[in-house]
Design a protein around this ligand. Structure first.
Ligand code: PMT
Length: 403
């Protein structure tokens, strides 16, 4: 984890249910050696007590604009000048609207208006409120003025809805904030990731594929971006939205994925193959829908090109990481793939179990690398696991290519 001394963040906490996550965010920013001063709105204080933030930040919490005692300590203008960055998390629909209009009717909006430091917002609200045309217009206006947005993410919401509007997890906000100070472990590094399944056409209406949803590969791409890498993601068909800040190239078949990866591999520093690429494709794709006959049918299959082995065999190759999806003898098969495909590192996962691997929200990885090193990454949400994996990749990559 990157540590950044002498960087000062004013963290604005607005009144939403995600305010409780802001407490964890303070801890994670402090872990990265940021000094944090918290400004709370009146509504935020209905969700979390200022004392929590005072204890976590080791600084007094700033609440009121017109409090003589507080102004005598560190007034709103001094606070605005003190900050190297102002981060508002959660940024509610109300705060977005008030910032867009330039209000200065409480301490948080006044500090935002008075500061010359970059302003970063982590929105959090109900999905309908996020999608409302007034909020869309406010977000556009703020982006046009150079305000940065972290998220929101998608998923289950406190109100029971599912959709966009969840505040990003504190670790992701902390990592992406650190990147703004040039502190990511993969700052300036080009990373290419594959994700999702491929589809191998049999005829115009049928194809061979697998259960991959792309979740693991997308999480790996997002984790690399959080650490400051420029990330390209070659993705098979999924229902996932393109992760913010990442260049996504959509493909369907193994052949298309091979072509898109090979067109980019020479320019990247790290290649991570998380896609579940078909090993075989039909020898030919019928022009018309295949008609059923009376007897059994047989498929004539041919091998696809191995993408990760192709990248590993290149002359000036990137640091190359493969995945291994195994139903048994995980480590033995993974070791064999690491050697046979000429990889620098391999992340092996059990598949065929309901709580991990394909389509699950969680996974566990056994990571092996060239000189006999290994690390077990236990069962965890894919986003969390991806961050641990990227940490290991960055460590190994930096050992070979000191910054
Ligand atoms: O997408 P999710 O639903 O989140 O599921 C995640 C996952 C289980 C798909 C993922 O964690 C995973 O294991 N991805 C690799 C799946 C796979 O194809 O494993 P494999 O053991 O068959 O292949 C080994 C390596 O060779 C992989 O890096 C694969 O991308 C690569 N390969 C395979 C065939 C091929 N033609 N080209 C390749 O590059």
């Amino acid at each position: 984890m990157s540590r950044l001394p002498n960087r000062r963040i004013v963290l604005g906490v607005a009144g939403g249910i995600a305010a409780y996550k802001a407490a964890d965010l303070v801890r994670r920013l402090r872990d990265r050696d940021f000094e944090v001063r918290v400004v709370m709105t009146a509504a935020a204080r209905e969700f979390v007590a200022p004392l929590t933030f005072q204890a976590l930040s080791s600084n007094p919490v700033h609440c009121a604009l017109l409090d003589e005692q507080a102004e005598a300590g560190m007034g709103h203008i001094e606070l605005a000048r003190w900050a190297d960055l102002v981060l508002v998390a959660p940024a509610t629909a109300n705060v977005l609207a008030r910032l867009a209009c330039g209000f200065a009717d409480d301490l948080l909006t006044t500090v935002c208006l008075a500061t010359t430091a970059p302003l970063v917002l982590a929105p959090a609200m109900n999905r309908q409120m996020w999608q409302a045309s007034a909020t869309r217009a406010n977000v556009r206006l703020l982006l046009d003025r150079g305000v940065a947005m972290l998220g929101p993410g998608e998923g289950d919401q406190a109100c029971g809805d599912v959709g966009p509007g969840r505040m990003l997890e504190p670790e992701e906000i902390a990592a992406r904030t650190a990147v703004r100070f040039g502190g990511g472990a993969l700052e300036g590094v080009e990373v290419l990731v594959t994700a999702g399944p491929t589809r191998e056409a049999l005829d115009p209406v049928r194809f061979l594929t697998n259960h991959s949803t792309g979740k693991m590969g997308y999480a790996v791409a997002a984790a690399a971006e959080e650490e400051g890498a420029r990330v390209s993601l070659v993705s098979g068909p999924t229902t996932l939205p393109a992760p913010p800040g990442i260049d996504r190239i959509e493909v369907t078949s193994a052949e298309e994925m091979y072509a898109e990866v090979m067109a980019r591999a020479a320019r990247c520093d790290i290649f991570i193959a998380a896609a579940a690429v078909a090993d075989y494709r039909p020898a030919r794709c019928a022009e018309q829908k295949i008609k059923k006959g009376d007897g059994p049918a047989a498929l004539d299959l041919v091998r696809t090109a191995d993408i990760v082995a192709g990248v590993a065999a290149m002359g000036d190759r990137p640091f190359t990481v493969g995945f291994a999806a195994e139903t048994e003898s995980l480590e033995a098969h993974a070791k064999d793939k690491l050697r046979r495909k000429g990889l620098d590192m391999i992340a092996a996962n059990r598949v065929g179990l309901p709580d991990r691997g394909f389509a699950s929200e969680r996974n566990a990885l056994t990571v092996l690398w060239g000189d006999g090193g290994s690390r077990e990454l236990g069962l965890a949400p894919k986003a969390e696991l991806a961050r641990s994996l990227i940490g290991l990749v960055a460590e190994r990559y930096r050992a070979e290519h000191p910054a």
